[in-house]
Design a protein around this ligand. Structure first.
Ligand code: GDP
Length: 430
């Protein structure tokens, strides 16, 4: 789960403030101190955190706020806006257009997740109707071509590379040429990385870039380095025209917030984040919905995007209706399970809903005691009838209970219709 701990700590600080009978200087300071601590633990630069704290205090001048002003709301809004400000990296220099050939070159250090991310990026666009292709111009790392080939085959994406050729520029040019002739509209060139930022790496990047004239250069960076991301992003930007950044491994590291804010400070637009090793553990990075999810305020547009992506058109109204009724039966689970699983890890999907702080989601935290719905003899009968072990029937019921509990929280949620979506998310995030 993306930055679950950070989001949880900030939400708790805001909640505690909301619980106070009167919001005075002390309550506000306590709240801001808790938020500061959480951000520093996530490796956000001290200077940025100090600035944020000062900005909030100047916006929320308690003496000036007349009685009747909703102080809680003003403070929450200020925290939201300031978090957006420190995480907002701006817009990318170029956005590929469907049906028009674009060349996108990936750069980054070895181990950052560059090759994995190339395939995720291709797969993401393929699902949205693009015709992507992958070119492996990494001749430095043994096995790089095999890895790309394996990933591309799995995702059914055309690829180009060579075991014999050692000149990355030649491979890149040939690959781009071939896929342009095959009318691919998103040609992705994976370049080599090195363990360190070194002259040879930057020189090779420049040569491949000059030869293939990419429309966009994407820099891939591992979030575990935290605020050191600032120097790394600067170094790459100085060598090649980085137009966008993808920050990987946001699933496993406490320093993710530090990395994101450090990249934002270099004014390098983060367009996606990697949240796991699998192909679909990849999310568009959009600062307001991101902060909204971080604080448990939901991201309707992201959630609806997922629903529209995976649930067959004719089932969508029915599923949305059932979601809002909070009415979850075993039959619904059976009918929707395949679709829901296609949406990605369950916690990731539910964190897009208002009221579901990411921190609440980790598996195992939810009550998993045996459901009382069925007695032993019924379970035995079901097991015999379906030819499955009793253990599997019990596991299925446990899963049902876990999901039902999440589902029940959705009761009464107003599900926006497609046309209402942008207005609604604007309101929520305004
Ligand atoms: P490259 O050397 O930069 O091309 O890096 P690779 O693509 O080979 O990735 C290095 C390792 O990081 C592999 O084990 C990947 O599975 C893993 N990896 C890549 N992206 C992510 C991510 O977002 N989350 C996690 N947990 N692992 C990732």
């Amino acid at each position: 789960m993306v930055l679950a701990e950070l989001g949880g700590s900030i939400s708790r600080a805001l909640q505690q403030m909301s619980n106070a009978t009167i919001i005075d200087e002390k309550v506000l300071n306590d709240c801001l101190n808790d938020i500061t601590r959480a951000l520093l633990q996530s490796d956000v630069q001290f200077k940025l955190v100090r600035e944020m704290q000062a900005n909030i205090k100047s916006i929320v001048n308690l003496d000036d706020l007349a009685a009747g002003h909703n102080k809680r709301r003003i403070i929450q809004q200020a925290v939201f806006n300031e978090l957006c400000k420190i995480l907002d990296p701006g817009k990318p220099s170029f956005t590929p257009k469907k049906g028009k050939p674009s060349v996108v070159m990936f750069v980054g250090l070895q181990g950052s997740g560059k090759t994995t991310t190339c395939t995720k990026y291709a797969y993401y666009h393929q699902k949205k109707g693009w015709k992507p292709a992958l070119v492996c111009a990494d001749t430095f790392r043994a096995g790089a071509f095999d890895q790309l080939k394996q990933n591309a085959t799995k995702a059914k994406i055309p690829f180009y590379g060579s075991y014999m050729e050692s000149d990355p520029v030649k491979i890149a040019v040939e690959g781009v040429e071939r896929f342009k002739n095959e009318n691919c509209d998103l040609i992705i060139v994976d370049t080599s990385g090195r363990h360190k930022q070194e002259a040879a790496l930057f020189e090779e990047m420049r040569q491949v870039s000059e030869a293939t004239k990419p429309d966009l250069v994407i820099f891939v960076m591992d979030s575990s380095i935290g605020q050191a991301a600032f120097d790394q992003a600067q170094a790459f930007k100085q060598s090649v025209a980085v137009g966008a950044v993808i920050v990987t491994k946001m699933d496993g590291h406490a320093k993710g917030g530090g990395a994101l804010s450090a990249v934002a400070a270099t004014k390098s637009p983060v367009i996606f984040i990697g949240t796991g090793e699998h192909m679909d553990e990849f999310e568009v990075f959009d600062v307001k919905p991101f902060v909204s999810r971080l604080l448990g305020m939901g991201d309707w547009s992201g959630f609806m995007d997922k629903i529209h992506e995976v649930v067959p058109m004719d089932q969508q109204p029915e599923l949305l209706q059932k979601l809002s009724e909070g009415n979850f039966t075993l039959r619904i689970m059976y009918e929707q399970f395949q679709n829901i699983l296609k949406m990605g890890p369950i916690g990731q999907v539910f964190s897009m809903l208002p009221g579901f702080s990411a921190e609440l989601m980790p598996k195992g935290q939810l009550d998993s005691s045996n459901p009382k719905l069925m007695n032993e003899s019924r379970m035995m009968r079901i097991a015999r009838g379906s030819g499955r072990p009793v253990r599997e029937v019990m596991e299925m019921l446990e899963e049902y209970k876990r999901l039902a509990k999440i589902w029940s929280k959705m009761k009464g949620l107003k599900i926006p219709k497609k046309g209402e979506m942008s207005a609604l998310s604007r309101n929520m995030n305004a």
